[in-house]
Design a protein around this ligand. Structure first.
Ligand code: GLY
Length: 378
């Protein structure tokens, strides 16, 4: 028999980093919030490395996304300090720059193009020779040709971040229901809540879908209201440095045209990622995927073969039709989206939380988020 849970102001489907930050920031604005997720922070947020770099993963023509990324990166210091203060937890946030290095002449040409693109957009980066790269990061191979330093970029530990956000949601009275949402409830052409796998309903003034690549799988969605979100697999390794082999810099590399990154944490963990594969909802870890990552990483940092191997996972990035997030109201009254963040979910966490909290309380998206209305696809 189904039972009705008394309704909050907002029900959020999905408690990954985006659902969690939306819940926290909306709760801070005085809204009552229920999150629905059988496994909070268990998917992409758990696999992600946590680089905070607005430019490195952009392609030409994505200037509004760059502005959103810069706005989010610049909010991070205050966001983290508020989150750490209210929870007493740490997030592993670092804002000491990201080093990008090139393996061969063509890779260096790619980085030079990237630097010009960044400069044309007013983003601060410094071009470095191979020697200057090695002076900064002595573990780099002698063959590294040169690189770029993005002094304002950084990183965070997404697992610590989501744990802190979960605690912060509790501090603002948010409720977490560990169930799967199966169906959107629509009455008189308005979203009024969700039905859960156990038959319960959670009714709310607004439903926010933040379920990553599963966002379109909810039953009851009227056709065309939620643009397609596709899963983009990323395989990621976790290694651990023993004494003496500490990577100083969060390092991205281009090796014969392929990208690889290594994100060090203060406790000696190094996260090495990531493949980019469009294979539906497959999360198989493959020998080939791991081999490519290790092969490219070893070209840049030969010493990584000495590291202890601790973990491997594959996560699914949520890719919208234009690879940019979808934020705020949809064409269906009562239904909002916080979805489709693709490679930028951790970076865009603060700005997404603030944009959703704003539109949930005032009905208006802040200017920086306006280009990302889901209605751009209609
Ligand atoms: N932003 C890192 C990745 O998507 O692999």
């Amino acid at each position: 028999m189904s039972s009705e849970v008394p309704g909050p102001d907002v029900v959020i489907v999905g408690a990954g980093v985006i659902g969690l930050v939306t819940a926290w920031r909306a709760g801070l604005r005085g809204l009552s919030v229920t999150l629905v997720d059988p496994e909070p922070a268990a998917h992409a947020s758990h696999v992600a490395a946590g680089m905070l770099t607005p430019v490195s993963e952009l392609t030409y023509g994505e200037e509004p996304l760059l502005r959103l990324g810069l706005a989010s990166r610049d909010r991070y210091p205050e966001f983290v300090s508020e989150l750490e203060d209210v929870t007493g937890m740490t997030t592993g946030y670092r804002a000491d720059g990201i080093l990008q290095v090139a393996f061969d002449r063509d890779d260096l040409g790619f980085l030079e193009d990237l630097r010009r693109f960044q400069e044309s957009l007013g983003v601060r980066t410094e071009a470095l020779t191979g020697r200057e790269c090695r002076r900064l990061e002595p573990l780099l191979a002698p063959s590294v040709r040169g690189g770029l330093l993005a002094p304002d970029d950084g990183s965070i530990d997404p697992r610590r971040l989501t744990a802190a956000l979960l605690a912060a949601v509790g501090r603002v009275g948010g409720e977490l229901v560990r169930e799967r949402a199966t169906e959107l409830l629509v009455e008189r052409d308005t979203a009024v809540g969700v039905r859960l796998a156990n038959g319960d309903e959670v009714r709310a003034a607004t439903v926010v879908l933040a379920a990553g690549p599963w966002v379109c799988g909810l039953g009851g969605l009227p056709p065309g209201v939620v643009p397609q979100v596709r899963p983009v697999k990323g395989q990621v390794l976790r290694l651990r440095a023993r004494s003496g082999l500490r990577l100083r810099w969060c390092t991205r590399g281009v090796v014969r045209g392929s990208s690889v990154y290594l994100v060090p944490r203060a406790d000696g963990e190094i996260v090495l990622g990531a493949t980019q594969e469009e294979l539906g909802f497959d999360t198989t870890v493959t020998a080939g995927g791991l081999w490519e990552l290790l092969r490219d990483a070893r070209e840049l940092l030969p010493g990584i073969t000495e590291l202890e191997f601790t973990e491997v996972n594959a996560g699914l990035r949520p890719g919208s039709p234009d690879n940019a997030p979808m934020l705020g109201p949809t064409a269906l009254p009562g239904l909002q989206l916080a979805a489709g963040h693709f490679r930028h979910g951790i970076l865009l966490t603060p700005v997404t939380g603030d944009a959703l909290a704003e539109t949930l309380t005032t009905g208006v998206l802040p200017d920086v988020a306006k280009p990302f209305t889901p209605e751009r696809f209609s």
